[in-house]
Design a protein around this ligand. Structure first.
Ligand code: HEC
Ligand code: HEC
Length: 326
């Protein structure tokens, strides 16, 4: 993957020195708290070496892995933006503090505040398709969904079930509280100095021969207004731990907050839960949107007050329908 990226970078005429430095700047991640357990998710090499795995199961897990790494193969079917699952879930979905995906396999079914009902693992995966991928998931129970589930379950191998005290879950190591002096202008300066070279000064990312090399941060190809990454604290932590790609940990906490604030002040495809009024939608889902700038005024415009769903020819996928248990 690294070699691949390097080739594409030089093909784009960019300096490869930005990526050549494999020695990552260490990120000071918090130590596990008392009572938390650390899970090291197994790799694909482990899967290949594990003779106890039925060959048919191995094929299904590998299919799920391939879907996770190259979700763009389903462009126009399940995915309508430029993302792959691994674009945000670094280290193939295994890396702690970079949104490891396996906790969903050990803690679900569970109640989820975002949609106010008990969710299955399939439904959690569907959520990232609907918001982060600005798309619609493979049908529940389908071969493609089974493959996705199998990959998540494989990563969870040997982790305790229904034990929620997990070290390194999610992205939020900087905590949830946005600094009071967070600044759009400072964020813009951080962006132009450290990010625009790859993500483009218009935030639209870069493609080479139709293939996404650097993913967009805003605009039609980006995650939509309902995605977890629109929360300032999530983006700030993601950025602090992982960006700039070649030098993770090189930004100060303030720089990470400011650039997250800046990026998430830019337009992107509509929240699939949109009611026709961004301010009202913000109020309705305030539990989530209190962490985003959606439905607030930035530079004289209310963010998200538009009908643009990006490349997606619909607003809300059927998979987002609520579930009730009487
Ligand atoms: C734009 C970034 C982005 C992309 C792309 C993305 N996700 Fe996510 N994903 C997130 C964020 C943010 C969270 C919430 C993490 C948290 O709780 O803080 C999340 C959470 C999850 C979880 C729950 C993890 C847990 O701790 O329970 C799963 C499972 C998941 N994603 C799977 C996927 C799959 C499968 C894909 C591809 C179809 C995908 N994601 C694509 C950003 C993304
Ligand atoms: C050397 C190129 C490079 C630089 C510089 C860089 N990024 Fe990235 N960024 C990437 C790549 C590549 C990915 C996808 C990771 C993957 O697929 O492994 C990514 C992913 C992301 C994502 C999540 C996916 C998305 O598109 O929303 C965010 C947010 C992000 N970068 C923000 C930033 C910020 C902010 C900066 C500057 C502080 C920055 N990046 C600097 C290459 C870069």
């Amino acid at each position: 993957m690294k070699a691949n990226l390097l080739m594409l970078v030089s093909a784009l005429g960019l300096s490869t020195s930005a990526l050549a430095n494999d020695a990552k700047v260490p990120v000071n991640l918090p130590a596990p708290k008392d009572g938390q357990y650390v899970h090291e998710a197994p790799t694909i090499d482990d899967l290949m070496a594990d003779e106890s795995v039925n060959p048919e199961l191995r094929k299904v897990i590998l299919k799920g892995y391939d879907m996770f790494m190259n979700t763009q193969q389903f462009r126009g079917e399940y995915v309508f933006n430029d993302m792959n699952c691994k674009t945000c879930h670094m280290g193939e979905g295994r890396m702690n503090w970079s949104g490891p995906v396996w906790p969903a396999a050990t803690t679900l079914p569970d109640f989820r505040g975002k949609n106010q009902h008990v969710n299955s693992l399939e439904e959690r995966i569907a959520g990232c398709f609907a918001y982060s991928m600005n798309g619609t998931p493979p049908a529940y129970g389908s071969d493609d969904m089974l493959a996705m589930v199998a990959y998540h379950q494989w990563l969870a191998k040997s982790a305790p079930v229904y034990e929620r005290n997990i070290a390194g879950r999610g992205f939020s190591h900087l905590g949830k509280k946005i600094p009071e002096d967070v600044s759009y202008e400072k964020g813009q300066a951080v962006f132009e100095t450290n990010c625009a070279i790859c993500h483009g000064s218009d935030g639209a990312g870069q493609k080479k021969d139709g293939e996404v090399v650097f993913p967009p941060l805003w605009g039609d190809g980006a995650y939509n207004w309902g995605a977890g990454m629109t929360r300032i604290f999530t983006a700030a932590s993601f950025i602090k731990n992982n960006m700039p790609l070649s030098k993770p940990g090189s930004l100060t906490d303030d720089e990470a907050w400011n650039v997250a604030w800046y990026i998430n002040s830019q337009e992107r495809p509509q929240d699939p839960r949109y009611t026709g009024d961004a301010k009202a939608t913000r109020e309705q889902f305030l539990n989530f949107h209190k962490h985003t700038r959606y439905g607030t005024e930035v530079n004289g415009q209310v963010l998200g007050q538009h009908d643009n769903t990006g490349d997606k020819p619909f607003l809300k996928p059927d998979s987002l329908k609520p579930r009730t248990f009487e």
